[in-house]
Write a protein that binds this ligand. Sequence first.
Ligand code: DAH
Length: 337
Amino acid sequence: MIKEITKLKEEISGSLGNVADMESLDSFKLKYLVKKGSIQALFDRMKEVPKEDKPLIGKELNLLRKFAQDKFNSLSEKFKRAEESTPDIDLTLPGRAGYIGSRHPVLQVLDDMVNVFTSMGFDVAEGPDIEDDHHNFDALNFPPDHPARDMQDTFFVKSDNGLLLRTHTSPVQIRVMQSQKPPIRSIMPGRVYRNEAINSRSLAEFHQVEGLYVDKKVSFAELKGTMMIFACKMYGNDIDFRFRPSFFPFTEPSAELDISCFLCGGGGCRVCKKTGWLEIAGCGMVHPNVLGGCDIDPERYSGFAFGFGIERVTMLRTGIDDIRLLYENDVRVLEQL
Ligand code: DAH
């Protein structure tokens, strides 16, 4: 009997090596630990054992049962813990990339413009979206009935109190000159509003970057140089320039800056409307009336100013020919910009 007990213990020890999960542990239990299992079968044979041997054999059998039961308990614990900590997902599946947003193309262009101008020594100033008539028009040398006021259709906040949504960022020039004395070198980005019909080229709300440089002996040559450096940094060194005479009440002389179309190299394409040139900014020498109105002596100081439309620069950079695409926030469009 002792021999058989030892044999069964060896068998049990050996079979433990094959128990790798709950399922095989269940078979182990069925084979050895249940009422019809092999251990109980040996207990059932106790009646055959001579009386004097019973205590020893009984003890050995109890030890065997305890051995198997202990092994069963600890393995069962182990498998339960492993089951709980295994998440119900397939860890071998490749991960799904998260959707990452990006800065809006108009803001990307604005960031680049700000970087170019700050690298040339300009600081960044801001002014209010709701302006008064004085800053938006009068102080910029628009006389009350000057036809130039018609160039911009204005949203008035209330027609009798002179408050309006600024039609350009030029009034920030006035605010900067009223609060600082030369030398002044500032750019002024911001949102502007015009009561215009919405179509592929214009919106009622868009963005501009204004620039102002006032100091002693500031010349048109410096304006040209600044504009050219800006354009090369934004569009590459291969572009050509052209300054066309223009008119703005707040600058004299005034000009419009064209650059050669960087998409077709000047040969003519859809974006430059076959002209080979792209209009990118208005600019000029600050009018003496504007300087004087801000208590800056036009005899001692001169300055230049410029204004860019940010959406326009963005459209030229991305080759988009409908400005509305920039504001519909269609992810399929934004992902490409
Ligand atoms: N304010 C002008 C506009 O909205 C743009 C502009 C032109 C700004 C010439 C300037 C400038 O500072 O010198 O059309």
